[in-house]
Write a protein that binds this ligand. Structure first.
Ligand code: NAD
Length: 485
């Protein structure tokens, strides 16, 4: 085993989980046993909530300009430890080293945004009538929880950690049981940055802890990122307990390629979008709709896909079950009459035979009814459908229950605007394959890709992690008794 058993982190101390179950943490790169992870119980969660509650009065009363100093230092520590953090992400998640570096760079950008929060949460003040002032203040909620998926072991936790904590909350993090090690390193860096004990706590586990978080009476808000199936469960259960909840779910992102698209640039973007992080991004292109004759562009996409080689510039998928699921989808498409132009099944990397790799896969002549057209595959697979018109393409995109992202490749600005207006997704790209908004713009999908109000990052997150206090103040008795005057 490469790393010691992964502990919880409660009140500034590493403590073992008290449950009787434990899971192996396996590297998808080569099947190595990295660590074991003890499953926590509701009692462990309760201890973490108590630690967070104890820390809350001191932390929330610390002025925000002081609180963000921790995150200036944290940002520097992320930069200083970038190589080692990236290495760890690759090992536990299976993505390439370059993709892991990009993930830390995004974590740095997220932290940078949090350090700007004092400039954004100044509140408002207005003399509303003679001598009478109304004032608003953003007040932290208390103890909040963040439940995260396996595909970004650092970036997704950092969607919530810097903003929620800089805004004065104390947090319980529930990492993915598949990739708990990176979060353990974030704990150490936050500590080194000077975050007081109890402000950030980590409780490892699976379903039992997620349910306990939703049920716990002293947790005020829950953010969740993961599959739509679990997002629905968490959203229902947390709100049933009257908590604020924002639950981000899965995706099926459509790229529309028009005949006037720039061929090389489009092909490179489509191939990179569908295969980056082995297709395990909620913003990955999963379906492509070719409008009119785009055969030449599809040929170039295949050329680009063939340059992407497992174990060289393509990482592993998270587990054997994932590899089997992805390959099952490709088989189903073939049986249903689609044509597999580039086939990533049965990929084996020499010397890493126990790794779980799927090569880039391009499937053409897919119809909207096929499972590869409708469902989230979460692997390096693009399913290509053909339509005669943009409106037919939009109808396919609109009919999908998800709504994270959609992109169009064209040189026609009017057509791009037409599609921006009609695509049913929260994040739209024009000649951009992975249209993730950068800070200060916020991240969040529509439809079954997100449940709850607002977005999880950027300015929008301020509303989620705080409540608004409104005071109406009058200190001038000479101005009369009527506060409306
Ligand atoms: P997942 O839903 O299986 O797990 C997410 C979290 O929920 C984990 O911490 C896990 O322990 C917990 N969990 C799993 N099953 C549960 C259950 N039955 N009850 C309660 N909790 C449960 O997701 P994953 O496989 O880790 O991540 C991949 C999914 O996440 C994909 O669907 C992807 O699209 C989605 N995702 C979405 C976004 C977004 O921004 N919308 C971002 C990243 C990932």
């Amino acid at each position: 085993m490469t790393y010691p058993p992964t502990p919880n982190y409660i009140a500034g101390r590493s403590v073992p989980a008290s449950g009787s179950r434990s899971l192996d943490v396996i590297s998808p790169l080569d099947g190595t046993l990295l660590s074991t992870l003890g499953m926590s119980t509701a009692a462990d969660l309760d201890a973490a909530v108590k630690a967070a509650q104890a820390a809350f009065p001191g932390w929330s009363k610390t002025p925000i300009k002081e609180r963000v100093q921790v995150f200036f230092r944290y940002k520097t520590l992320l930069e200083k430890n970038l190589n080692e953090l990236a290495e760890l992400i690759s090992r536990e998640n299976g993505k390439t080293y370059g993709e892991s570096v990009a993930e830390i760079e995004k974590s740095i950008e997220l932290t940078e945004f949090a350090t700007s929060l004092p400039q954004l949460v100044t509140g408002e003040l207005l003399e509303v009538s003679r001598g009478v002032e109304c004032r608003t203040e953003h007040v932290p909620l208390g103890v909040v929880a963040s439940i995260v998926p396996f595909n970004f072991p650092s970036m997704v936790p950092n969607w919530t950690i810097p903003n929620a904590i800089a805004l004065g909350n104390c947090m319980i993090m529930k990492p993915s049981e598949k990739v708990p090690l990176s979060c353990g390193r974030l704990v150490e860096l936050l500590r080194e940055a000077g975050l007081p004990d109890g402000v950030f706590n980590v409780v490892n586990g699976d379903v039992e802890i997620v349910e306990a978080i939703c049920d716990h009476p002293d947790i005020q808000a829950v953010s969740f990122v993961g599959s739509t199936k679990v997002a629905k469960i968490v959203y229902q259960r947390a709100t049933q307990h009257y908590k604020r909840c924002l639950a981000l779910g899965g995706a099926k992102n459509h790229l529309m390629v028009l005949p006037d698209a720039i061929p090389d640039m489009t092909a490179q973007n489509v191939a990179a979008s569908m295969s980056g992080c082995s297709g395990q991004r909620c913003m990955a292109a999963s379906a492509m709709i070719g409008v009119g004759n785009v055969d030449a562009i599809i040929a170039k996409i295949c050329d680009e896909a063939r340059k992407i080689v497992p174990g060289v510039n393509l990482g592993a998928v998270i587990s054997r079950e994932s590899k089997e699921r992805i390959e099952r989808y490709i088989g189903e498409a073939e049986r249903d009459g689609a044509k597999v132009l580039v086939d990533g099944r049965n990929a084996v990397v020499k010397g890493k035979e126990n790794g779980t790799y799927v090569g880039p896969t391009v499937i053409d002549f897919v119809t909207p009814a096929m499972s590869v057209a409708r469902e989230e595959i979460f692997g390096p697979v693009i399913s290509i459908m053909r339509t005669k018109t943009v409106d037919e393409a939009l109808a396919i995109e609109n009919a999908n229950p998800y709504g994270n992202a959609a992109s169009v490749f064209t040189q026609n600005g009017g057509m791009a605007r037409y599609i921006i207006d009609r695509a049913s997704a929260g994040m739209i790209g024009v000649n951009v394959g992975v249209p993730v908004p950068r800070e200060p713009f916020s991240f969040g999908g529509w439809n079954e890709s997100k449940f709850g109000v607002g977005d999880i990052t950027g300015k929008s997150s301020i509303e989620f992690w705080t409540k608004l206090k409104k005071s109406t103040v009058k200190w001038n008795p000479e101005a009369g008794v009527n506060w409306m005057s």
